[in-house]
Design a protein around this ligand. Structure first.
Ligand code: GLN
Length: 325
């Protein structure tokens, strides 16, 4: 690495460390998800970030190595996996691509809009439907397909946090209600309990910011894995997933996030945010060739998004001029 590049890298990490410490205190404006008791036990003051560039170079700060469960970030992976298996038209016949402006676990639109097709795969109704579409006759088979898909693209064998899974399974009345409604309207491709088992298990896959930054990087590069020099995901599916992340990925705060940060992103109630910067022509920006970004900060706001994580991303987007707009 040349002297100038080395200095730039040191400055980036210094800046990141400084900003993480600056935004850590934002945690006090939210709290850890309490409807899943195992998530409520997290330390709300944690905040970490990992950024991966196409060269594989990583920039990290704060609590970036702390494992957490993917929760709703997994919705992006299961949607992509279902599209890869069935093709986009088959999946979009069963789940739409419209934002709702409602909470991630809201039921209201299913009955208000006949025939009850879920609005998008980034909210619970749509994600439970997509999980039911994964190939396989049993939850076990569907999950094995998803794990193999996850390993194929990331090179990582997924681990499920059983404690978080059980904690949510025992408290999943609202998701059960959604699944029963979807079964009644014919949108669920398997039995209610089976779809829930797949959906809640995928939410309980444990990752670190590094792993979601890597997935973000693959999305930034339209499915191309720069280190393996291989197209690991189809471009059209990835582009669709990014459009959904931008319009629906931060739930009923997706509009504000697009306005304030301007990057496709997906959050989860455990405090993770997976986002990305596509390659751009901004030669003054440190991420001209694109990057994947993983964030973890378990204190969340009323919409279910990491409070400190969103503030940190807003700051980064402004300082480094990385919006897609
Ligand atoms: N927003 C989220 O991360 C929600 C995921 C969580 N497992 C749920 O279904 O409620």
């Amino acid at each position: 690495m040349g002297g100038k590049a080395l200095i730039q890298q040191v400055l980036l990490v210094d800046e990141l460390e400084q900003w993480v410490e600056q935004y850590r205190s934002k945690a006090s404006e939210g709290k850890c998800a309490s409807y899943i008791p195992a998530l409520y036990r997290a330390d709300p003051n944690q905040l970490g970030i990992c950024i991966i560039e196409p060269t594989g170079k990583m920039h990290t700060a704060g609590d970036w190595e702390v494992p957490f469960t993917m929760q709703s970030i997994s919705k992006v992976i299961s949607f992509i996996a279902a599209c890869c298996y069935h093709g986009i038209p088959y999946v979009l016949d069963r789940v739409d691509v419209e934002p709702t402006g409602d909470a991630f676990n809201s039921i209201i639109r299913l009955e208000m809009h006949k025939p009850g097709k879920p609005f998008n795969p980034m909210i619970n109704a749509g994600a439970i439907t997509t999980s039911s579409l994964l190939p396989g006759q049993t939850p076990d088979h569907k999950l094995r397909y998803l794990y193999a898909f996850f390993s194929k693209i990331t090179g990582i064998t997924p681990m499920v946090n059983e404690e978080v899974f059980l904690s949510e399974w025992e408290n999943s009345h609202r998701n059960r209600a959604l699944a029963h409604y979807l079964k009644d309207t014919g949108y669920l491709a398997c039995e209610v309990e089976e779809a829930l088992e797949v959906y809640l298990t995928q939410c309980s896959i444990e990752v670190t910011t590094e792993q979601i930054a890597l997935i973000g990087l693959l999305l930034a590069l339209d499915g191309f894995h720069p280190l393996r020099n291989e197209q690991v995901l189809p471009k059209d599916v990835v582009r669709l997933a990014k459009a959904l992340m931008l319009t629906c990925g931060m739930y009923d705060a997706s509009g504000k996030f697009a306005a304030n940060v301007g990057l496709p992103a997906k959050s989860g109630v455990s405090g993770g945010i997976m986002t990305l910067v596509p390659a751009n022509r901004k030669t003054h920006s440190p991420f001209q060739y694109g990057c994947g970004i993983g964030i973890f900060g378990p204190s969340i706001d009323g919409c279910g998004n990491s409070v400190a994580g969103v503030s940190l991303l807003k700051h980064i987007a402004q300082e480094w001029d990385v919006t897609i707009f």
